[in-house]
Design a binder for this molecule. Structure first.
Ligand code: MG
Length: 451
């Protein structure tokens, strides 16, 4: 499997990359690294979830850690409850939006997922076989608990809705199947639930929410004359919306609209997003004297920057939104409720609220490049791009190379998994985006040829 941890924890094909044997070792290593006395464990609805959970629990008990099993709940519920109960460590079994044959282990320190340093330490314990088990008299104890109510109590305190919103919610047979409809009903919404039975084969739709995978939701919103459609990915750390006309809402624009409202409420401040997000976030933030901080791609980096900079809000344009006033894990159900509250505050329908955000043009190119060369080429492109786009007004190497230009921006990154260099461009207009894309593509090709 190569490096054990990726940007979202340990992830791979169940029983091929991620076996119960590995899960058990990871649990032991994490518990040893954190010197954990108490752990909480939860999973999404995947078929391999229970098998891997049993392995995690065995590992934890074997080193003397007490474990609370929280059952099938979303990742943000696990993260929130881990913090609320004062657990030393939390484990979420999920492969997020990936297909059903995958699974993964995401590890939390309180409500913040594991940073690189912790991951390296755990990896060392696993690979160097430094696992030390407890004496039989000192084994941990495992028990079960219903965590849902703790989370629902938080949501009901955090959000208050005046209107009985007519919502259609689509958990996609994933981890939010129970808690999302429950939460929205508790907040006074009229809820119609689609695909709200737990099913680890994800038979109804792909677990990644996209315009294509949410067609049934869009049709239902229209047919019922509902106010909004709400959907989540497999572990519900991401939220997606369909407006009252049955139109899928662009992720960048919903992030920008909500971010602007968070800044307005706060009278300015900082919001955080990643290097790939649209510049419409800056456009909206400027209206309320807000500052935008950009991080590497990966929700853990966004959460870390929010904590570091005391930001009022942050998120990635895949629907992962973080509300730091409550906790630091991206939270789909909570984002949905806060989004409704924001609509009430703005006195707007979904399409009106999103309509405030300008629509820019994004273009993407994947350029073939050998794995052993791609990082070096991206590094060499730094000076080339600076020289060829001398009008740039901001430059960042937080993830690849990113240049802000007068009428747009460009980002060049080496793919983490494939022999590719990825170019992302955004322009104020079609013409601006096309100009930047053409010029940058040529420069990348030239650099590859020169290598
Ligand atoms: Mg997810």
């Amino acid at each position: 499997m190569g490096k054990l941890f990726g940007s979202s924890g340990v992830r791979g094909l169940a029983n091929v990359d991620l076996t119960p044997i590995l899960a058990c070792k990871v649990a032991i290593a994490v518990a040893m690294h954190a010197n954990a006395r108490r752990a909480v464990v939860a999973r999404d609805t995947r078929v391999s979830g229970e098998m891997l959970e049993d392995a995690l629990v065995s590992g934890l008990v074997s080193v003397g850690t007490d474990v609370l099993r929280l059952g099938m709940i979303p990742t943000p519920v696990l993260a929130y409850v881990a913090k609320a109960l004062g657990a030393d460590v939390g484990f979420m079994l999920t492969a997020s939006h990936n297909p059903p044959q995958y699974n993964g282990i995401k590890v939390f320190n309180a409500d913040l997922s594991y940073i690189d340093e912790d991951q390296d330490a755990v990896e060392k314990i696993v690979t160097q076989r430094l696992l030390v088990l407890a004496d039989w008299r000192n084994l941990g104890k495992a028990s079960s608990a219903d965590a849902g109510q703790i989370y629902l109590d938080m949501a009901q305190k955090a959000v208050s809705l005046k209107k009985a919103w007519n919502v259609v919610v689509d958990p996609g047979c994933g981890a939010a199947f129970d808690i999302a409809p429950k939460m929205l009903r508790a907040l006074g919404c009229k809820v119609t639930a689609l695909n709200a039975q737990p099913d680890g084969f994800f038979p109804a739709r792909k677990s990644e929410p996209t315009a294509e995978s949410l067609q049934d939701l869009a049709k239902t919103v229209k047919a019922l004359g509902a106010d909004v459609g709400i959907a989540f990915d497999g572990d519900a750390d991401r939220v997606a919306f369909v407006d009252e006309n049955g139109v899928f809402v662009n992720f960048d624009r919903s992030l920008a609209a909500y971010g602007a409202l968070a800044l307005k409420r706060n009278g300015g401040g900082t919001i955080v997003t990643n290097v790939e997000a649209s510049m419409c976030i800056e456009t909206m933030a400027e209206k309320y004297c807000g500052k935008v901080v950009r991080t590497r791609v990966g929700d853990i980096y966004v959460s870390e920057a929010i904590k570091r900079d005391g930001a009022v809000f942050g998120g990635e344009p895949c629907g992962a939104w973080v509300h730091p006033q409550l906790h630091l894990c991206p939270d789909g159900p909570l984002s949905a409720a806060l989004f409704l509250e924001a609509l009430e505050e703005a006195r707007k329908s979904v399409s009106e609220f999103i309509g405030e955000v300008p629509e820019y043009i994004t273009m993407r190119e994947n350029i073939a490049c050998k794995n052993e060369q791609k990082y070096e080429i991206v590094e060499k492109l730094v000076n080339v791009l600076k020289a060829e786009f001398p009008e740039y007004n901001d430059f960042s190497m937080v993830d690849g190379v990113r240049l802000s230009l007068k009428k747009g921006w460009l980002l060049v990154r080496a793919s983490g998994t494939e022999p590719l260099i990825r170019l992302t461009v955004e322009g104020e207009s079609q013409a601006a985006a096309k100009d930047i894309t053409q010029k940058a593509t040529e420069l990348i090709h030239k650099q590859i040829e020169a290598q």
